[in-house]
Every structure is written in C-alpha cells, then in structure tokens.
Design a binder for this molecule. Sequence first.
Ligand SMILES: NC(=O)c1ccc[n+]([C@@H]2O[C@H](COP(=O)([O-])OP(=O)(O)OC[C@H]3O[C@@H](n4cnc5c(N)ncnc54)[C@H](OP(=O)(O)O)[C@@H]3O)[C@@H](O)[C@H]2O)c1
Length: 247
Amino acid sequence: MRILLDPRRPATPGGRLTVAALVDLYAPPPRRRWVRSNMVATVDGSAVGADGRSGSVNTPADNRVFAILRDHADAVVAGAGTMRDEGYRRIEPTRRSPVPATLVAVTRSGKVPEGLRTPTAGRGPALLVTCDAAGTRALNRARSVLGAESVLVCGDDRVDLALALDLLADRGLRHVLVEGGPSLLGTALAAGVVDELATTVAPVVVGGNGRRIVTGAPLAPPAGVAVRPHLMLEESGTVLALWRVRR
Ligand SMILES: NC(=O)c1ccc[n+]([C@@H]2O[C@H](COP(=O)([O-])OP(=O)(O)OC[C@H]3O[C@@H](n4cnc5c(N)ncnc54)[C@H](OP(=O)(O)O)[C@@H]3O)[C@@H](O)[C@H]2O)c1
C-alpha cells in the first residue's frame, strides 16, 4: 500500500507502508471521543455488488483497513438492516485488540438481529439501541434476549443518535466505528455526530441501481456536509481515504 496524501507527513507521497505504519495512520485521536464511519463503494458509486451486498465489492486492501478500524474501535455500530443483510456476528478478539469491541445495533423496530442473540465464548458484548416507537412488546423481548442493561432506549419516534453516543461514552465506549448502512449513515450525518468518514473506492464498475453509501434526506441543503481529505492511500487500484467533517 502506498501513500497518496498524508497531511501529517507531507514528504512521504509514494512511500510504501508497513502494517504497523498503517495501523498508526488509522489511529483515532487518543484523548477525544471520536465517531468515524467506514464504507466501500465502486468507481460508479454503488455501495453493493450485483448480489446486493457490500462483501462482493471488497478488496484485500479494504478488508485489511476494515479490520484495523475495528481494532481501533471501542464500539462498532451498525443499522439492523446491515446486520441482517450481512450476517453480522459479535466481534472476535484479535492479536492487536484482545478485548473485542462492543457490537451495537441501531433499530427502530427493536428486533434483535440474529447475530447478536447468542453470546459466543471469546466474542465481545452486544448492545441494542432503539427508541420508544419499538413498543413495549419488542422492548420486553429484546430485554429478555440481551438483558435489560444491554437495551438502550434513546428517543421517541427515531433513535436519537447524539443521546445514544453519550450513553455509549458513559460506558467508556468513546471511539465509535459506524459501519453503515447507508440509512444509518445518512441519519448520523444529519445529526452532526460523525467526525470522520473512512471510504474505500473499489476498482470496479458494477452498473445497476445499487444504493450509494449515504441515503435519506438531502444533507445540509444545498451544499451538503463539507469534508476535507485527511489521508489517501492506494493499493492495486483500491483507493482508501479518511475525510474529516468540517465543523
Ligand atoms: N458499502 C458499504 O460499505 C456498506 C456498508 C453497510 C451496508 N451496506 C449495504 O447496505 C444495505 C443495507 O442498507 P440500509 O440502509 O437498509 O442499512 P441500515 O441503515 O443498516 O439498516 C436500516 C435499518 O436499520 C435501522 N436503522 C437505521 N438507522 C436508524 C435510525 N437512525 N434510527 C432507528 N433505526 C435505524 C432500522 O432497523 P429496523 O428495521 O429494525 O427498525 C432500519 O430499517 C445492504 O445491502 C448492505 O449490504 C453497504
């Protein structure tokens, strides 16, 4: 993997990266709360391949950075749709991160995604973040599956993401990785809670009508949410970047 842009080390464009240097480049600011997203898209802007999943457009470089971002996170947050579609399971420990991140599902319906249900030996804990709209029955069911302390009710009709992140921080989960999907990322950007977007452009063109990596209502019309490049890397045609949200 080679550096295309690294504002911290302007003399290094073209430099080759060791794994340790790559891990270091993706480290979140150590003493701050930090929310970053991670999404992959094709050159023609699709968030999914022909099978309707993002897994079919991943590349080895993207997979490596995906793992590094998880290792840096205290909590991995995803919408219930992504957890269902991509078959999410609780996070496994790794050599770099022997204490696995907490997996957090965001859901309005309050339905517990299958992969969160059973604690598996060695894997990390799971939380469900939902709202009053889920209703008493769904909330009671979720509490009986996960335990009352693992079900956070944040907001009335929709999940209040700012409140949810405050509650995660109260539990020591300060470095948060949002892995999508596009609906959740849209609402997170609209709520102004995202500090940084990690993006991967996979060197493939898929056509079709696949969704983009952010969907939902237009963001901050008419101009959108402004971001600035913080890091850009390339390997075998895959272009990976970190974009910081301008405040
Ligand atoms: N390219 C990528 O990097 C990438 C990453 C992730 C996913 N994907 C793809 O994206 C597709 C799924 O897209 P999606 O937009 O449906 O995913 P999503 O945002 O993960 O799921 C939508 C569901 O999540 C819950 N949800 C999301 N935001 C919420 C909010 N603010 N408040 C309350 N609940 C919320 C709701 O669950 P309930 O229905 O339970 O209420 C909603 O129906 C899949 O095909 C997946 O493969 C691509």
